[in-house]
Design a protein around this ligand. Structure first.
Ligand code: GLV
Ligand code: MN
Ligand code: MN
Length: 416
Protein backbone atom coordinates (compact mmCIF):
# COMPACT_ATOMS: atom_id res chain seq x y z
CA UNK A 1 0.00 0.00 0.00
CA UNK A 2 1.30 3.49 -0.81
CA UNK A 3 1.59 4.83 2.72
CA UNK A 4 -1.09 7.30 3.73
CA UNK A 5 -2.99 7.31 0.46
CA UNK A 6 -6.46 8.77 1.15
CA UNK A 7 -9.81 7.70 -0.26
CA UNK A 8 -10.57 8.89 -3.77
CA UNK A 9 -13.70 10.79 -2.67
CA UNK A 10 -11.73 12.91 -0.20
CA UNK A 11 -10.61 15.49 -2.74
CA UNK A 12 -8.68 17.71 -0.39
CA UNK A 13 -6.82 14.88 1.35
CA UNK A 14 -6.00 13.38 -2.02
CA UNK A 15 -4.64 16.68 -3.29
CA UNK A 16 -2.62 17.21 -0.12
CA UNK A 17 -1.12 13.78 -0.58
CA UNK A 18 -0.08 14.65 -4.14
CA UNK A 19 1.50 17.91 -3.01
CA UNK A 20 3.30 16.17 -0.12
CA UNK A 21 4.77 13.63 -2.53
CA UNK A 22 5.93 16.51 -4.78
CA UNK A 23 7.56 18.12 -1.72
CA UNK A 24 9.36 14.86 -0.97
CA UNK A 25 10.73 14.65 -4.52
CA UNK A 26 11.87 18.28 -4.38
CA UNK A 27 14.38 17.36 -1.65
CA UNK A 28 16.64 15.90 -4.32
CA UNK A 29 18.37 18.63 -6.24
CA UNK A 30 21.74 19.06 -7.90
CA UNK A 31 21.95 22.70 -6.83
CA UNK A 32 21.80 24.10 -3.32
CA UNK A 33 18.76 26.09 -2.21
CA UNK A 34 16.82 25.55 -5.43
CA UNK A 35 15.31 22.67 -7.38
CA UNK A 36 17.29 21.43 -10.37
CA UNK A 37 17.04 17.84 -11.54
CA UNK A 38 18.53 17.19 -14.96
CA UNK A 39 19.01 13.96 -16.86
CA UNK A 40 21.09 11.36 -15.00
CA UNK A 41 22.46 13.66 -12.30
CA UNK A 42 22.67 12.02 -8.86
CA UNK A 43 19.49 13.85 -7.84
CA UNK A 44 17.72 12.61 -10.95
CA UNK A 45 18.68 9.02 -10.27
CA UNK A 46 17.56 9.31 -6.64
CA UNK A 47 14.16 10.63 -7.77
CA UNK A 48 13.85 7.72 -10.19
CA UNK A 49 14.51 5.21 -7.40
CA UNK A 50 11.99 6.92 -5.13
CA UNK A 51 9.32 6.86 -7.85
CA UNK A 52 10.06 3.22 -8.58
CA UNK A 53 9.56 2.38 -4.89
CA UNK A 54 6.33 4.39 -4.69
CA UNK A 55 5.05 2.71 -7.85
CA UNK A 56 5.82 -0.69 -6.31
CA UNK A 57 4.12 0.30 -3.03
CA UNK A 58 1.00 1.17 -5.05
CA UNK A 59 0.92 -2.38 -6.36
CA UNK A 60 2.46 -1.75 -9.77
CA UNK A 61 5.15 -3.91 -11.34
CA UNK A 62 7.82 -1.25 -11.45
CA UNK A 63 11.24 -0.74 -12.97
CA UNK A 64 13.61 1.91 -14.26
CA UNK A 65 14.20 1.35 -17.98
CA UNK A 66 17.51 1.88 -19.84
CA UNK A 67 16.79 5.56 -20.63
CA UNK A 68 15.81 6.26 -17.01
CA UNK A 69 12.03 6.20 -17.40
CA UNK A 70 10.25 4.89 -14.31
CA UNK A 71 7.59 2.46 -15.43
CA UNK A 72 4.78 1.01 -13.31
CA UNK A 73 2.43 -1.50 -14.87
CA UNK A 74 -0.84 -3.13 -13.89
CA UNK A 75 -2.35 -5.82 -16.10
CA UNK A 76 -5.74 -5.66 -17.75
CA UNK A 77 -8.27 -8.45 -17.56
CA UNK A 78 -8.05 -10.96 -20.35
CA UNK A 79 -5.13 -12.11 -22.43
CA UNK A 80 -3.51 -9.60 -24.74
CA UNK A 81 -5.24 -6.62 -23.11
CA UNK A 82 -4.05 -3.38 -24.70
CA UNK A 83 -2.56 -0.57 -22.67
CA UNK A 84 -3.46 2.95 -21.64
CA UNK A 85 -0.30 4.95 -20.92
CA UNK A 86 -0.39 7.66 -18.24
CA UNK A 87 2.66 9.82 -17.89
CA UNK A 88 4.63 12.99 -17.49
CA UNK A 89 8.25 13.85 -16.72
CA UNK A 90 10.30 14.02 -13.53
CA UNK A 91 13.30 16.03 -14.80
CA UNK A 92 13.20 19.79 -14.25
CA UNK A 93 14.57 23.02 -15.62
CA UNK A 94 17.15 24.86 -13.52
CA UNK A 95 15.71 26.56 -10.45
CA UNK A 96 12.37 24.93 -11.18
CA UNK A 97 8.97 24.71 -9.59
CA UNK A 98 8.06 21.37 -8.08
CA UNK A 99 4.95 20.57 -10.11
CA UNK A 100 5.92 20.87 -13.79
CA UNK A 101 5.85 17.23 -14.91
CA UNK A 102 5.79 15.67 -11.46
CA UNK A 103 2.19 16.69 -10.75
CA UNK A 104 1.02 14.47 -13.62
CA UNK A 105 3.02 11.47 -12.42
CA UNK A 106 1.80 11.83 -8.85
CA UNK A 107 -1.86 12.40 -9.81
CA UNK A 108 -1.75 9.20 -11.84
CA UNK A 109 0.01 7.38 -9.01
CA UNK A 110 -2.69 8.13 -6.42
CA UNK A 111 -5.35 7.24 -9.00
CA UNK A 112 -3.74 3.84 -9.63
CA UNK A 113 -3.46 3.29 -5.90
CA UNK A 114 -7.20 3.94 -5.60
CA UNK A 115 -7.89 1.52 -8.47
CA UNK A 116 -6.08 -1.32 -6.73
CA UNK A 117 -8.30 -4.35 -6.90
CA UNK A 118 -10.58 -2.72 -9.50
CA UNK A 119 -10.60 -4.86 -12.64
CA UNK A 120 -10.23 -2.97 -15.91
CA UNK A 121 -10.25 -4.47 -19.40
CA UNK A 122 -7.06 -2.63 -20.38
CA UNK A 123 -3.61 -2.63 -18.84
CA UNK A 124 -2.29 0.67 -17.50
CA UNK A 125 1.29 1.83 -17.60
CA UNK A 126 2.35 4.82 -15.57
CA UNK A 127 5.56 6.30 -16.96
CA UNK A 128 7.64 8.94 -15.24
CA UNK A 129 9.66 10.14 -18.22
CA UNK A 130 13.31 10.76 -17.46
CA UNK A 131 13.81 13.71 -19.77
CA UNK A 132 11.46 16.27 -21.26
CA UNK A 133 13.08 19.63 -20.66
CA UNK A 134 16.20 19.30 -22.82
CA UNK A 135 18.33 21.04 -20.20
CA UNK A 136 21.40 18.81 -20.09
CA UNK A 137 21.76 17.70 -23.72
CA UNK A 138 19.74 20.50 -25.40
CA UNK A 139 17.67 17.60 -26.77
CA UNK A 140 14.27 17.24 -25.13
CA UNK A 141 11.87 14.30 -24.85
CA UNK A 142 14.56 11.61 -24.52
CA UNK A 143 12.29 9.47 -22.33
CA UNK A 144 9.09 9.66 -24.36
CA UNK A 145 10.92 9.32 -27.68
CA UNK A 146 12.42 6.05 -26.48
CA UNK A 147 8.92 4.80 -25.63
CA UNK A 148 7.52 5.54 -29.10
CA UNK A 149 10.69 4.18 -30.75
CA UNK A 150 12.05 7.39 -32.30
CA UNK A 151 15.23 7.68 -30.22
CA UNK A 152 17.72 6.65 -32.88
CA UNK A 153 21.37 5.65 -32.37
CA UNK A 154 22.95 8.99 -33.50
CA UNK A 155 21.33 10.64 -30.48
CA UNK A 156 23.91 8.84 -28.33
CA UNK A 157 26.57 11.17 -29.72
CA UNK A 158 25.06 14.42 -28.43
CA UNK A 159 27.20 16.02 -25.76
CA UNK A 160 26.36 18.09 -22.70
CA UNK A 161 28.06 21.40 -22.00
CA UNK A 162 30.81 19.58 -20.12
CA UNK A 163 31.55 17.53 -23.27
CA UNK A 164 30.09 14.26 -21.97
CA UNK A 165 28.48 12.02 -24.60
CA UNK A 166 24.95 10.85 -23.90
CA UNK A 167 25.96 7.28 -24.74
CA UNK A 168 28.84 7.42 -22.24
CA UNK A 169 26.62 8.87 -19.51
CA UNK A 170 24.23 5.94 -19.97
CA UNK A 171 27.04 3.38 -20.12
CA UNK A 172 28.61 4.79 -16.94
CA UNK A 173 25.54 3.79 -14.94
CA UNK A 174 25.54 0.33 -16.41
CA UNK A 175 23.06 0.83 -19.24
CA UNK A 176 23.56 -1.44 -22.21
CA UNK A 177 22.83 1.15 -24.91
CA UNK A 178 22.11 -1.60 -27.42
CA UNK A 179 19.02 -2.23 -25.26
CA UNK A 180 17.55 1.23 -25.89
CA UNK A 181 15.36 -0.01 -28.73
CA UNK A 182 13.77 -2.49 -26.34
CA UNK A 183 12.11 0.43 -24.55
CA UNK A 184 9.85 1.06 -27.58
CA UNK A 185 6.21 0.02 -27.27
CA UNK A 186 4.22 -1.24 -30.22
CA UNK A 187 1.49 1.21 -31.28
CA UNK A 188 -1.01 -1.59 -31.89
CA UNK A 189 -0.73 -2.52 -28.20
CA UNK A 190 -1.57 0.98 -26.96
CA UNK A 191 -5.07 2.45 -26.68
CA UNK A 192 -4.30 6.01 -25.63
CA UNK A 193 -1.87 8.34 -23.89
CA UNK A 194 -3.24 10.59 -21.13
CA UNK A 195 -1.28 13.29 -19.31
CA UNK A 196 -2.21 15.57 -16.42
CA UNK A 197 -0.02 18.69 -16.31
CA UNK A 198 0.04 22.03 -14.55
CA UNK A 199 -1.14 24.68 -17.04
CA UNK A 200 2.00 26.85 -16.71
CA UNK A 201 -0.03 29.91 -17.69
CA UNK A 202 -2.86 32.09 -16.34
CA UNK A 203 -5.92 31.06 -18.40
CA UNK A 204 -7.60 28.76 -15.85
CA UNK A 205 -6.61 31.07 -13.00
CA UNK A 206 -8.17 34.09 -14.67
CA UNK A 207 -11.35 32.14 -15.44
CA UNK A 208 -11.44 30.70 -11.90
CA UNK A 209 -11.62 27.13 -13.19
CA UNK A 210 -9.68 24.27 -11.52
CA UNK A 211 -8.94 22.03 -14.50
CA UNK A 212 -9.21 22.37 -18.28
CA UNK A 213 -9.19 20.12 -21.33
CA UNK A 214 -6.31 20.65 -23.75
CA UNK A 215 -7.39 20.97 -27.38
CA UNK A 216 -3.94 21.12 -29.01
CA UNK A 217 -0.28 21.63 -28.18
CA UNK A 218 1.73 24.32 -29.96
CA UNK A 219 4.33 23.36 -32.56
CA UNK A 220 7.90 24.21 -31.62
CA UNK A 221 11.19 24.66 -33.45
CA UNK A 222 14.44 25.23 -31.58
CA UNK A 223 17.81 26.30 -32.96
CA UNK A 224 21.26 26.97 -31.64
CA UNK A 225 23.06 29.86 -33.36
CA UNK A 226 26.80 30.41 -33.03
CA UNK A 227 28.45 33.65 -34.12
CA UNK A 228 32.22 33.83 -34.56
CA UNK A 229 33.86 37.22 -34.89
CA UNK A 230 37.25 38.46 -33.81
CA UNK A 231 38.59 39.06 -30.33
CA UNK A 232 40.38 42.32 -29.73
CA UNK A 233 41.38 44.84 -27.10
CA UNK A 234 38.43 46.77 -25.70
CA UNK A 235 40.54 49.92 -25.45
CA UNK A 236 42.40 49.94 -28.73
CA UNK A 237 40.28 48.60 -31.59
CA UNK A 238 38.27 51.45 -33.18
CA UNK A 239 34.52 50.96 -33.16
CA UNK A 240 34.30 50.74 -36.93
CA UNK A 241 36.95 48.00 -37.12
CA UNK A 242 35.31 45.46 -34.86
CA UNK A 243 33.75 42.10 -35.62
CA UNK A 244 31.85 41.74 -32.36
CA UNK A 245 29.99 38.42 -32.13
CA UNK A 246 27.87 39.52 -29.19
CA UNK A 247 26.51 42.61 -30.93
CA UNK A 248 25.49 40.51 -33.94
CA UNK A 249 23.75 38.08 -31.57
CA UNK A 250 22.03 40.95 -29.79
CA UNK A 251 20.60 42.24 -33.06
CA UNK A 252 19.31 38.76 -33.86
CA UNK A 253 17.73 38.39 -30.42
CA UNK A 254 15.92 41.70 -30.81
CA UNK A 255 14.69 40.60 -34.23
CA UNK A 256 13.27 37.39 -32.69
CA UNK A 257 11.22 39.57 -30.35
CA UNK A 258 10.13 41.98 -33.11
CA UNK A 259 9.09 39.16 -35.46
CA UNK A 260 7.12 37.31 -32.79
CA UNK A 261 5.32 40.44 -31.61
CA UNK A 262 4.24 41.17 -35.15
CA UNK A 263 2.02 38.09 -35.41
CA UNK A 264 -0.75 37.11 -32.97
CA UNK A 265 -0.30 33.66 -31.43
CA UNK A 266 3.40 33.50 -32.29
CA UNK A 267 6.01 33.44 -29.51
CA UNK A 268 9.77 33.60 -29.88
CA UNK A 269 12.36 33.33 -27.11
CA UNK A 270 16.12 33.59 -26.80
CA UNK A 271 16.60 31.68 -23.57
CA UNK A 272 20.34 31.14 -23.71
CA UNK A 273 22.83 33.81 -24.63
CA UNK A 274 26.47 33.09 -23.86
CA UNK A 275 29.85 34.64 -24.47
CA UNK A 276 32.10 31.71 -23.53
CA UNK A 277 35.12 32.96 -21.58
CA UNK A 278 33.98 36.55 -22.04
CA UNK A 279 35.93 39.25 -20.25
CA UNK A 280 35.21 42.89 -19.52
CA UNK A 281 38.11 44.20 -21.60
CA UNK A 282 37.89 41.84 -24.60
CA UNK A 283 35.74 42.26 -27.71
CA UNK A 284 33.58 39.11 -27.81
CA UNK A 285 34.88 36.60 -30.34
CA UNK A 286 32.14 34.05 -29.94
CA UNK A 287 28.52 34.25 -28.92
CA UNK A 288 26.05 31.37 -28.69
CA UNK A 289 22.31 31.83 -28.48
CA UNK A 290 19.23 29.65 -28.56
CA UNK A 291 16.06 30.44 -30.47
CA UNK A 292 12.70 28.87 -29.58
CA UNK A 293 9.68 29.60 -31.81
CA UNK A 294 6.13 28.34 -31.16
CA UNK A 295 2.61 28.73 -32.50
CA UNK A 296 -0.55 26.70 -32.74
CA UNK A 297 -0.03 26.08 -36.45
CA UNK A 298 3.10 24.80 -38.12
CA UNK A 299 2.97 27.23 -41.03
CA UNK A 300 3.24 30.24 -38.71
CA UNK A 301 6.27 28.65 -37.01
CA UNK A 302 7.92 27.84 -40.37
CA UNK A 303 7.48 31.38 -41.74
CA UNK A 304 8.79 33.00 -38.57
CA UNK A 305 11.79 30.71 -38.46
CA UNK A 306 12.65 31.40 -42.10
CA UNK A 307 12.55 35.15 -41.40
CA UNK A 308 14.73 34.80 -38.29
CA UNK A 309 17.37 32.71 -40.09
CA UNK A 310 17.40 35.12 -43.05
CA UNK A 311 17.83 38.05 -40.68
CA UNK A 312 20.61 36.24 -38.82
CA UNK A 313 22.47 35.72 -42.14
CA UNK A 314 22.04 39.36 -43.05
CA UNK A 315 23.25 40.63 -39.67
CA UNK A 316 26.24 38.28 -39.69
CA UNK A 317 27.33 39.28 -43.15
CA UNK A 318 26.92 43.03 -42.47
CA UNK A 319 29.04 42.69 -39.31
CA UNK A 320 31.66 40.38 -40.84
CA UNK A 321 30.84 37.62 -38.39
CA UNK A 322 30.54 33.92 -39.25
CA UNK A 323 27.18 32.31 -38.48
CA UNK A 324 26.48 28.63 -37.99
CA UNK A 325 23.08 27.22 -37.14
CA UNK A 326 21.94 23.88 -35.77
CA UNK A 327 18.38 22.68 -35.50
CA UNK A 328 17.81 21.14 -32.07
CA UNK A 329 14.14 20.32 -32.23
CA UNK A 330 11.18 20.39 -34.60
CA UNK A 331 7.85 19.18 -33.30
CA UNK A 332 4.60 19.77 -35.09
CA UNK A 333 1.55 21.19 -33.39
CA UNK A 334 -0.43 18.28 -31.98
CA UNK A 335 -4.22 18.09 -31.78
CA UNK A 336 -5.66 16.22 -28.80
CA UNK A 337 -8.08 13.43 -29.76
CA UNK A 338 -11.71 14.62 -29.84
CA UNK A 339 -12.78 11.28 -28.32
CA UNK A 340 -10.56 11.81 -25.27
CA UNK A 341 -11.54 15.48 -24.99
CA UNK A 342 -15.18 14.39 -24.92
CA UNK A 343 -14.54 11.72 -22.30
CA UNK A 344 -12.79 14.27 -20.10
CA UNK A 345 -15.68 16.69 -20.64
CA UNK A 346 -18.19 14.02 -19.58
CA UNK A 347 -16.19 13.40 -16.40
CA UNK A 348 -16.09 17.13 -15.65
CA UNK A 349 -19.84 17.49 -16.13
CA UNK A 350 -20.49 14.43 -13.94
CA UNK A 351 -18.49 16.12 -11.17
CA UNK A 352 -20.38 19.40 -11.64
CA UNK A 353 -17.25 21.10 -12.85
CA UNK A 354 -17.15 23.66 -15.67
CA UNK A 355 -15.90 22.41 -19.03
CA UNK A 356 -13.16 24.68 -20.25
CA UNK A 357 -11.06 23.87 -23.33
CA UNK A 358 -7.73 25.56 -23.96
CA UNK A 359 -4.63 25.18 -26.11
CA UNK A 360 -1.16 24.53 -24.68
CA UNK A 361 1.67 26.90 -25.50
CA UNK A 362 4.12 24.71 -23.57
CA UNK A 363 5.51 21.46 -24.97
CA UNK A 364 4.67 18.13 -23.33
CA UNK A 365 5.59 14.46 -23.60
CA UNK A 366 2.09 14.03 -25.05
CA UNK A 367 3.35 15.59 -28.31
CA UNK A 368 5.67 12.68 -28.89
CA UNK A 369 2.73 10.25 -28.89
CA UNK A 370 1.09 12.03 -31.83
CA UNK A 371 0.73 9.50 -34.65
CA UNK A 372 1.53 6.66 -32.23
CA UNK A 373 -1.74 6.65 -30.30
CA UNK A 374 -4.57 9.01 -29.36
CA UNK A 375 -3.48 11.78 -27.03
CA UNK A 376 -5.45 13.49 -24.26
CA UNK A 377 -4.36 16.10 -21.72
CA UNK A 378 -5.88 17.67 -18.63
CA UNK A 379 -4.47 20.96 -17.37
CA UNK A 380 -4.51 21.94 -13.70
CA UNK A 381 -4.82 25.58 -12.67
CA UNK A 382 -1.46 27.22 -11.95
CA UNK A 383 -1.44 29.74 -9.06
CA UNK A 384 0.64 32.85 -8.55
CA UNK A 385 -0.40 34.53 -11.80
CA UNK A 386 0.27 31.34 -13.77
CA UNK A 387 4.05 31.39 -13.36
CA UNK A 388 5.98 28.19 -14.14
CA UNK A 389 9.60 27.21 -14.87
CA UNK A 390 10.16 29.10 -11.65
CA UNK A 391 10.25 28.22 -7.95
CA UNK A 392 7.19 30.49 -7.60
CA UNK A 393 5.05 27.89 -9.39
CA UNK A 394 2.10 26.79 -7.20
CA UNK A 395 -0.94 24.56 -7.37
CA UNK A 396 -3.61 24.03 -4.71
CA UNK A 397 -4.36 20.73 -3.01
CA UNK A 398 -8.01 21.13 -3.98
CA UNK A 399 -7.15 21.44 -7.69
CA UNK A 400 -4.69 18.54 -7.60
CA UNK A 401 -7.36 16.39 -5.96
CA UNK A 402 -9.90 17.38 -8.62
CA UNK A 403 -7.45 16.45 -11.38
CA UNK A 404 -6.94 13.01 -9.83
CA UNK A 405 -10.68 12.44 -9.53
CA UNK A 406 -11.29 13.49 -13.13
CA UNK A 407 -8.47 11.25 -14.38
CA UNK A 408 -9.86 8.29 -12.43
CA UNK A 409 -13.39 8.85 -13.67
CA UNK A 410 -12.14 9.15 -17.25
CA UNK A 411 -10.27 5.83 -16.99
CA UNK A 412 -13.41 4.16 -15.64
CA UNK A 413 -15.41 5.61 -18.57
CA UNK A 414 -12.82 4.28 -21.00
CA UNK A 415 -13.48 0.85 -19.58
CA UNK A 416 -17.16 1.00 -20.55
C1 GLV B 1 8.72 22.42 -21.82
O1 GLV B 1 8.70 22.72 -20.65
C2 GLV B 1 8.66 23.44 -22.83
O2 GLV B 1 9.70 24.04 -23.11
O3 GLV B 1 7.56 23.72 -23.32
MN1 MN C 1 6.39 19.89 -18.22
MN1 MN D 1 8.85 22.39 -18.29
Amino acid sequence: MLKGCPAIDDRLALGRRILDLADDLAHWSESRGELTCTFFSDAHRAVARQLRDWFAAAGLASEIDPIGNVVGRRPGTGRGARTVILGSHYDTVRNAGRYDGRLGILCALVVLESLRGVRLPFAIELIGFSEEEGVRFATPFLGSRAVVGTLDAPILNVRDRGGQRLGDVLAAVGTDVSQLQSVARRPEEVIAYLEVHIEQGPVLLNDNIPVGIVTAIAGNVRYELVLEGEAGHAGTVPMNARRDALLAAAEIALFVERRARAEPGLVGTVGRFDVPAGAINVIPKRCELSVDVRAQDDDTVARALADILAQAEAVASRRGVRLSTRELLRVKAVPCAPRLQDLLATSLRAANLPVKRLASGAGHDAMIFDGFTEVGMLFVRCGNGGVSHSPLETVTAEDAGIAAQVLRDTLLRMAN
